[in-house]
Design a binder for this molecule. Sequence first.
Ligand SMILES: [Zn+2]
Length: 472
Amino acid sequence: MTTDRRCGAHAICEWWLYSLLAVLVFALGSGGCSGSRDDRAGTRLNLLLVTLDTTRRDHLGCYDREVGTTPHLDALAGDGVRFDMAISTSAATPISHATILTGLNPYQHGVRVMYAEEGYRLSESVPTLSTILKQQSWQTGAFLSSFTVSSFYGFDRGFDEFDEGLTVPADEAFARRPDGFWDWPLERNQRRSDETTDRAISWINQTRQPFFAWVHYWDPHDTEILPPPEIVSRFVASHQNRHEQKRAVYRSEVYYMDSQFGRLMDALKEQGLYDETIIVVVSDHGEGLGDHGWWYHRILYQEQIRVPMIMRVPGWPPGVTIRDLVRTTDIAPTVLEALGLEIPPETVGLSLSGLAHGRSEAPRVAYADAINLFDLNATILERRPDDALVYCAMNSKWKLIHRPTLAGKDELYHIAADPGEQVNLIDSEPAEARELKQELERFDGFIVKPFGEARDPDVIRRLRSLGYIGNE
Ligand SMILES: [Zn+2]
């Protein structure tokens, strides 16, 4: 009898055990979460990456209260960690975005230019946040707003849903001009942030978890597609001169983009996902708006490559500002570490978790470049001849801008004392310049010939006629 009772108890235990195993197997078989938000392991957080195209750091209220009107981005900074000196690898959209998605410098990930015969596509062998997370069973979706982050650049790899926001296929979205350069007709190659936000929210609301969503906003890039008139009119006034109006339109676009970002945050909160989601907000580059005599981007002064960067990671202290120099290469390893995933060995970026928790770390050195000379989309040669090939190395105090094809045109700034880069110290501080030049050489970014020159004699002829390459 005793034995029977034990067998009976054992059988009941076995029944419970097998029932429990069956539930676990079912849950794992359906992605480990089966739609419930409560049964996920701690590290299987969602990831929301929001890239703010062409958005200057000083146009976010949490960076400059005089200029910025961005209550929703400011609120995220209050809940998370704000990086005050975040440096991008480029002031051109696909190049910078490839770094954000990979943690690699441009010479590693393969996107060096907007367009040439080669050198514009993300290398197939490079792991990205999307390929890594998809492999680990995250649902992956991209909701984008312009051609410049499209499948044309290879950014679709690893995404279950890749919503480019284009009205034509990506490889039909540009046209070669008679002068040899390339045009992107922006009126059909971009969409406003309200449409992109609609698509992203719809996907987030119905997708299973964990998910990785990349949302790309483009509004501040240009004036082809504007916010609703009632928004623009809050910023633009008839008494403003042309330049003031241009800056006012830009501010209205940043403000409108922020309102859409706010909708995205509201959707996360309504779904109970805000505290289960790593949120990263970063700009790919800034905009000149007249600083250093230039209105657009593609060069390497601070208004171009010192970008706003905010991260909210569950477990990190809220409302923290980090003043150490960090890089956009640091985003991918930070996120992968926070998700408990392996960081690819080639990654040059370093996790920001230590800084976020108040630990001091070895100072970082940032790299950036602008390969305008070999970019068929850069109509730069006529406008800014000093910016054909530009390289930058920067540490916590000093910044070197190096132009290998133009003797005597290098610049050195003491960024801590001269954040607006007004006083070039290249002649008076040769030791600092030499040290940063050596840092640049330790990177591997120098380009000495056009991409794919052997296959495009027209490019060679054009560059030669402009005096940029010899007759060899
Ligand atoms: Zn951009």
